[in-house]
Design a protein around this ligand. Sequence first.
Ligand SMILES: NC(=O)c1ccc[n+]([C@@H]2O[C@H](COP(=O)([O-])OP(=O)(O)OC[C@H]3O[C@@H](n4cnc5c(N)ncnc54)[C@H](OP(=O)(O)O)[C@@H]3O)[C@@H](O)[C@H]2O)c1
Length: 372
Amino acid sequence: MMTKPKILVTSAAGNTGIPTTLQLLEKGYPVRALVRRDDHRTQRLRDAGAEIFIGDQYSINDMRRAMDGVRRAYHCAPTAPNGLHFGTVFTIAAQEARLEHVVLLGQWLSDPNHPAVLTRETWLNEEVLGLLPDTTLTVNNVGWFAANYFMVLEPVAQLGIFPMPLGDGDVKKDAPPSNEDIAAVNVAALADPAAHAGKVYRPTGPELLSPNEIATILGKALGRRVKYQDISEAMLLKALKVQGFPEAMPTQLRLYTDEYRRGAFAIHAPNNVVRELTGREPETFEAIARRTVRTHPDAVRTFSNKLKAMGNFMRILLTANIDPDAVELRRDHVLLESPAFVQDSRTWRERHDPDAGYIPDTPEPLARKMTA
Ligand SMILES: NC(=O)c1ccc[n+]([C@@H]2O[C@H](COP(=O)([O-])OP(=O)(O)OC[C@H]3O[C@@H](n4cnc5c(N)ncnc54)[C@H](OP(=O)(O)O)[C@@H]3O)[C@@H](O)[C@H]2O)c1
């Protein structure tokens, strides 16, 4: 009997790393799970049969050791500054180990001209990894994760407010995929490199939703009324600071909410990637929300949790305003003279799923679709 190739999963304790590891193990693949620390998430992976490797993705020595004896890999760079470093370390180690196949978690917005340096770095990592002579590549350019909405589960569950800077509450702008479906696309490509080499996928959930619809679904899952609140970008930056994001990140994440408001995640969404690669329908946002609130501590409604939520809300209000442009200058971010959001970028529009036959020539068709 042929033994299955060992697969490395980086960021294995993260949103997509956990289900990718678990689904590979279910299919009988030996998995080495690269995590940063040994905690309950690591124990869950160990209990399921993963070989645990504790290491730092910035370290070439750790990555070399993590790839020893490995044939394929899922590479997910953490949401952290210095993305180019993560990508280069991984690429050098992958070349030295002569990996046969890599699945890379990229971004829906991936483009060389994007205003977010994090996105340009994602694009660079994708291009450089694609140059390896011995390694085939599949890119999972997923959009706005369903998991992002649960970053504000505390005010949603405790105060009945869904606060995000997503613009008009009635416009359908996102078909969010579950972590499990993103993972299922990874697993399909890792299991059959020949079928998926050279492909770029953009998995979505089954349905485009508006912020008001997302609030209603969250309310249904929680058994309470939830109202969408379109907050300002300034408020988002303060909230991310209070949540402990490193200074360099909020300046990037605000650009993703800008893309969201512009409708970038609605272009050619929803699509049938999950169905085509897994043979089943993608999970609905309601199914994802119901599963999340069953286990998430922020969803438990108690008086003390409500007080905590009100306290955190006050902390955000009392936090000083952040000037994102000043942060970018202070951190010496690489800035472009003429950056372009994706709908204004010819390179992005040309690469955005040309096989699906939906490449808008102008933003107008999208605007009509969104308000229809
Ligand atoms: N969220 C979205 O909507 C979205 C959309 C498209 C693409 N993406 C991309 O998705 C990626 C993140 O994926 P994810 O959400 O699955 O991951 P995630 O949940 O952010 O997990 C990242 C993991 O990496 C670990 N980590 C952080 N720094 C590390 C280091 N130096 N060495 C080793 N491990 C380290 C973290 O450890 P701890 O848990 O211990 O901190 C965490 O477990 C990013 O590249 C982002 O650009 C996100």
